[in-house]
Design a protein around this ligand. Structure first.
Ligand SMILES: [Fe+2]
Ligand SMILES: [Fe+2]
Length: 195
C-alpha cells in the first residue's frame, strides 16, 4: 500500500461517509413532524449531501477516481447499539458521529504539505460540521424536560463507548493510513526518504 493508494482510499472513505450521513439524515428529515428539529435536520441533510459532492469534486480535481469502500462505519454503530428508538437517541448518536468526523478531519488537516484542493475542502466542510455539533447540542438541551438530563447524558455515554470500540476496531486500517501519511511527510520534511 503506497501513499497514493492511502490517499485515494481516505478521500474515497470521506466521500462514502458523507453520502451515508446524507442518506441517514435525509430519511429522518422526510419523516420528522414539523418543528425546529425538522428544519435543522433538513439543512443538515443538505450539508452532508454537499460534502459528498465536495469530496467527489476534490477527487476529480486531483485526477482520482473513488475506490470501493465496504460497509459504512455508521451502519456498524446501529448494529452494535441498536436502531435509535426516539428523537433523543437519534440526536445523541448523531452527536457522537459528528464529533468523530470533526476529530478525524482536524487531524488530517494538520498533515503538512497537503494539496490545497484537500485543505480547501476541509475548510469548507468544517464550517458546516461545527454548526452540526452546535444545533444538535442545542436540540438535545430542549429535550431535557422530556427525557431528563441524566438519561440524555447516559445515552451519550453509551454511544461514546460504542464509538470508541467500533471506530477503534474497524477504523484501525483508516488510522494506519493517516499515520502513514503523517509519518512520510515528517520524514520528507526532515530530509529522510520514505520507504
Ligand atoms: Fe459532513
Ligand atoms: Fe456533519
Amino acid at each position: 500500500m503506497n501513499d497514493k493508494d492511502n490517499e485515494d482510499w481516505i478521500l474515497s472513505f470521506y466521500r462514502f461517509s458523507e453520502i451515508t450521513g446524507a442518506l441517514f439524515f435525509g430519511r429522518l428529515a422526510r419523516v420528522l413532524p414539523p418543528s425546529e428539529i425538522q428544519r435543522d435536520m433538513t439543512k443538515h441533510f443538505a450539508d452532508e449531501s454537499m460534502h459528498a459532492w465536495y469530496w467527489t469534486r476534490a477527487l476529480d480535481e486531483l485526477g482520482k477516481k473513488p475506490v470501493h469502500i465496504g460497509d459504512a462505519y455508521q451502519d456498524q454503530y446501529l448494529e452494535s447499539v441498536g436502531i435509535p428508538t426516539n428523537i433523543m437517541e437519534i440526536l445523541a448518536i448523531t452527536n457522537v458521529f459528528e464529533c468523530r468526523v470533526i476529530a478525524q478531519y482536524a487531524m488530517h488537516n494538520r498533515v503538512p504539505d497537503l494539496n490545497p484542493v484537500i485543505t480547501s475542502t476541509f475548510d469548507t466542510i468544517m464550517t458546516d460540521e461545527k454548526w452540526h455539533i452546535q444545533w444538535i447540542g442545542d436540540a438535545l438541551k430542549t429535550l431535557e424536560p422530556k427525557f431528563g438530563k441524566e438519561h440524555i447524558d447516559a445515552t451519550l455515554d453509551r454511544y461514546r463507548k460504542a464509538d470508541k470500540e467500533i471506530y477503534g476496531k474497524i477504523i484501525v486500517e483508516h488510522e494506519e493510513r493517516i499515520e502513514h501519511i503523517l509519518d512520510v511527510k515528517k520524514k520528507n520534511s526532515s530530509g529522510e526518504t520514505s520507504d
